[in-house]
Design a protein around this ligand. Structure first.
Ligand code: URA
Length: 239
């Protein structure tokens, strides 16, 4: 890749700023100064340094976010803040994007990455990546609902869902409210809300707690995020 792109993606400023940096002979590749922004480097093999400090270029970034309500899981939007607006400037340089969508009022686990191949793999309908949600539901969730979900329910557009595992965590008879945990193996639009609608109930609060092998880190407050560890990245990739 071009040295100017690598440096811009490593936080050394815009391409224009990087050009100036190169002109100032502060950028060295394999112990030789490089001033031409068009020079190609291999970050795996070449030793790149700026002002004598080695540059460790990472092509892909991976973050786990605890998405709050009122932000949308997109990279840009005219009306709302997006999850990208919650990133520190240095973390958005490599243009991560959310893997899949959570509704504006859904909280919890959201993966952000610029690794398109991994995102594709995780979202592929064929892969059936498990997603676990906790849902507060208006109404009394019953064993019959559990059985219906275990067989698959018919959504409003006639789509038959795959079997899903519903756990009833608690039921407040007086308030007419239930706390549930639901594991689904696909990701249709508004799927959890529509599955409960299919059994005549309304989701009033929804949180995703895991996706595939990764669970939401309980240390993350709403709106916070952190980089995935090497182990977590390998788990996600199924390595
Ligand atoms: N199902 C929903 O209904 N909403 C979400 O945000 C995610 C899954």
């Amino acid at each position: 890749m071009r040295i100017d792109k690598l440096l811009a993606h490593s936080g050394f400023g815009t391409r224009k700023e990087v050009k100036k940096l190169l002109k100032s002979k502060l950028v060295w590749v394999n112990e030789e100064p490089v001033t031409d922004p068009k020079v190609h480097v291999n970050p795996e093999e070449d030793e790149i340094a700026v002002g004598g400090e080695p540059v460790h270029y990472q092509e892909f970034v991976y973050f786990m976010m605890n998405k709050p309500q009122d932000v949308i899981s997109a990279t840009e939007d005219v009306y709302h803040h997006t999850v990208i607006d919650l990133l520190e400037p240095q973390d958005s340089i490599q243009e991560p994007f959310p893997v899949g969508r959570l509704d504006i009022d859904t909280e919890g686990f959201l993966l952000l990455t610029n690794d398109g191949a991994l995102a594709h793999q995780l979202l592929s309908p064929k892969k059936h990546v498990d997603k676990v949600y906790e849902a507060v539901v208006d109404g009394i969730v019953t064993e019959a609902d559990k059985e219906a979900f275990a067989k698959g329910v018919t959504l409003d557009d006639g789509y038959e869902t795959l079997p899903a595992e519903l756990e009833i965590l608690s039921v407040d008879e007086e308030a007419g409210q239930s706390h549930t945990r639901l594991t689904i193996h696909e990701g249709k639009f508004h799927q959890v809300k529509r599955m409960f609608e299919a059994v005549g109930k309304e989701v009033t609060h929804l949180t995703r707690i895991s996706m595939g092998p990764l669970e939401l880190d309980p240390a993350l407050e709403l709106g916070q995020y952190r980089a995935l560890t090497k182990e977590e990245i390998s788990l996600l990739k199924g390595e």
